[in-house]
Every structure is written in C-alpha cells, then in structure tokens.
Ligand binder design. Structure first.
Ligand code: ADP
Ligand code: MG
Length: 241
C-alpha cells in the first residue's frame, strides 16, 4: 500500500506502524492495525469509513487524548508514544478540536465560549481577548450573536461557534470528528466551507472525519478506514487482511 509521501519536515502528522488495543487480557481487542500516514502542512484530509472502523480512536490518538501503545505517532515533530503527560498537554494546546456535538458551555455566551479557548494560551492573556473572540465570530457569520447564550443558538450556529473556538488560537492542526452529523444539509455545507476558508487563511492542517458524501469535495485528499485499517481507496483496506 502506498501513501502520498511528503518530506518529514513538512509532515505535521506522521504515523508509522501504529496499532491500538482496547481492554486487557482475554478482553483485549485490537482497534487499529498497522496505520501508516503522512499529513502535510496546510492539507485538508477527509477520513471516511463505516461506523466502528476506528476513525475516532485514531483521531483521539492524534489529538493526544489517549496514549499511543505500539508503533510511532509524531504530531508536529513530537513523538507521542511514551510521551509524558506534560508533553501531551503541550501538544493538545496546539490542536483545535471540533466534535459531532458542539460541546459548548450553555451557561456562557458565544463570545465567552470562544474566549475560554484563548485563555489557555499565555500569549493571548495580555491581548484583547474579547475583541479577538468577537472578530472570529464575525468571520463565521455570527457577528450579531456574540452575546447570545449558547442555548439560544440553532444547531448550525452552535457548530459555527465550535469552529470559531477551535480556530481562534490559530492552531496548526484541527481535528474534526463528524462535525456536520447533527446538521441539516445546508448548515453542514456552510460550517465545513467556513472551516476550510479559515484553515486556508491560517495555513492550518485539517483532518476531518465524516460520513457526509456531500462535503468530500472540500478535501485535498480522502482516506478510508475499514476494520481498523487505513487505505487510499475504499475496499482496498479489506484486501490487506
Ligand atoms: P468509528 O469512530 O470509526 O465509529 P471507533 O474508533 O469509535 O470507530 O471504534 C473502533 C472500535 O473500537 C469499535 O470496535 C469500538 O467498539 C471499539 N471501541 C471504541 N471505543 C472503545 C472503548 N472505549 N472501549 C472499548 N472498545 C472501544
Ligand atoms: Mg467515531
């Protein structure tokens, strides 16, 4: 199997022979099998594949949300296998996450939700974080909803706040797990196009998991997960069993 290769230096995500297991002893079950992948700076990659094939597991490893067990996983040049909690925390700060559910805090306004993400970054603490938050909310078309509580926003609007929150600190990598799953066709398309535009503007790399065939065209490259194996063509993953 060949993957589009890029020089190591431009590769922001490098995965080699990555295996992942859930459970212990008799209950141990392999979820990822020999994953190999390079994602370059500024690239938008869509990962698709059936439910239960391992997409979320791979994304959570890349995001430093769980520890790599076997093989190698480098995020922004940092080896994640065997990384300390502190290293994982530093890597997590450089990544923006967008989940299927928006995960906004309902008792905060749109602006406060975005601002919270900035507050995690020391370099923003002496800047006008309200102004920066307002600005990115305008960019995602929510200039007139800045002071609305998350509860008072529609599904599509909430997901746009989630995008603003993920991108406001200009992360090098955005990981999005089925971000349009809860949205209607038009809102789904809108939020993905917004994500694409913002990422291109900031030069950030996106890895987006989706089942939504209508948004595949925003990708520079599409990869497929099947039964814990990765392939560049649908069904070819099954052939390497
Ligand atoms: P996808 O995101 O493609 O739907 P997942 O990565 O969520 O797939 O799941 C891949 C496999 O790992 C599935 O067989 C799933 O049942 C299993 N799995 C996922 N999370 C856990 C967990 N926390 N504990 C045990 N098994 C899990
Ligand atoms: Mg999933």
């Amino acid at each position: 199997m060949t993957f589009q290769t890029s020089s190591e230096s431009k590769s922001v995500i490098t995965v080699r022979h990555l295996n992942y297991y859930f459970g212990q002893g008799d209950l141990k079950k392999q979820a990822l099998f020999d994953i190999n992948l390079d994602i370059s700076m500024g690239e938008i990659v869509i990962m698709t594949g059936p439910s239960g094939s391992g997409k979320t597991t791979l994304l959570s490893l890349m995001g430093g949300l769980r520890s790599a067990q076997e093989g190698s996983l480098k995020i922004l040049g940092q080896e994640m296998r065997g990384a300390s909690q502190e290293v994982m925390r530093q890597v997590r700060k450089q990544i923006g996450y967008i989940f299927q559910a928006h995960n906004l805090l309902s008792f905060l306004t749109a602006k406060q939700n975005v601002r919270m993400s900035l507050e995690l970054h020391e370099e923003y603490l002496n800047q006008d974080m309200d102004a920066i938050s307002t600005e990115i909310l305008k960019t995602v078309g929510l200039g007139n909803r800045v002071d609305y509580y998350a509860d008072g926003l529609s599904g599509g609007q909430k997901q746009r706040v989630a995008i603003a929150r993920a991108l406001v600190s200009q992360p090098k990598i955005v990981l999005a797990d089925e971000p349009t799953a809860a949205l209607d066709k038009k809102s789904g398309r809108d939020v993905v196009e917004m994500m694409q535009a913002l990422a291109k503007q900031q030069g950030c790399t996106i890895l987006l998991v989706t089942h939504d065939n209508r948004i595949l065209d925003i990708a520079d490259r599409i990869i497929y997960m099947e039964d814990g194996r990765l392939a560049e063509n649908p069904n070819s993953a099954a052939l390497v069993h």
